[in-house]
Design a protein around this ligand. Structure first.
Ligand SMILES: N[C@@H](CCC(=O)N[C@@H](CS)C(=O)NCC(=O)O)C(=O)O
Length: 210
């Protein structure tokens, strides 16, 4: 399998999921500004016409985009996970919640330096109810489902961005904060974070020099 990623982006969730399985994978870095594959300058729009990471090339050569689809593919075909119908529904529900309410609906726009101040205020206010809901759900839980799943890989990845968003202080949501702290100790997540942080710093230096 090949994973197209950018450092510390949501694509890190798939890296974590692949590390969890000890899977053989090729990681292909995409520069988020130029949309070129770093190694050879290839045009990433030919892989994903939206220019968004992640994308994977499966063992059969198919390109799959969208976090929720990719993560479920990895769970089914790389982890060979057999979920009960109830667990499957829960997994889909949580992947959708993380993807729409937390990732795209709240944190990603707050990381965009071009967001107008009024939109920023609006999102921070609206986001409280999503984080309150997540906090209530995570109280007394170790994982999103009953055991570690690709939903944890995704949630841990996006919560990591709160470090760069002053208005979203996880201390206000203690269950979310302790969940995230525990996730960061998990070997697959710690390894992904360390590696991608170094790549992110290199990316920033490259952009500065350009
Ligand atoms: N709906 C997409 C969203 C993916 C996404 O937001 N990717 C971000 C990185 S976290 C990205 O590539 N942003 C670059 C851009 O917006 O041009 C999914 O779930 O995969």
């Amino acid at each position: 399998m090949e994973l197209y990623f950018s450092p510390l982006a949501c694509s890190m969730a798939t890296r974590i999921a692949l590390y969890e399985a000890g899977a053989d994978a090729k990681f292909i870095e995409v520069d988020p500004k130029t949309k070129q594959v770093l190694a050879d300058g290839a045009d990433y729009f030919t892989v994903n016409p939206l220019g968004l990471v992640p994308a994977i090339r499966t063992a059969d050569g198919a390109i799959v985009t969208e976090n929720a689809a990719i993560l479920q593919h990895v769970a089914e075909h790389v982890w060979n996970e057999k979920l009960s119908p109830d667990e499957q529904i829960k997994l889909r529900q949580w992947l959708s919640f993380i993807g729409t309410e937390i990732h795209r609906g709240l944190l990603a726009p707050l990381l965009d330096p071009k967001i107008p101040i009024e939109a920023r205020k609006y999102l921070v206010t609206k986001g409280q109810s999503r984080l309150d809901y997540l906090n209530r759900y995570l109280e007394g839980r170790e994982f999103v489902l009953e055991r570690f799943s690709v939903a944890d890989a995704y949630l841990a990845t996006v919560l990591n961005w709160t470090r760069a968003i002053p208005e979203i202080d996880l201390a206000n949501w203690p269950a979310v904060k302790s969940y995230h702290a525990a996730m960061k100790q998990r070997p697959s997540i710690a390894k992904a974070l360390t590696e991608e942080l170094a790549l992110y710093q290199a990316e920033q230096a490259r952009h500065k020099a350009a």
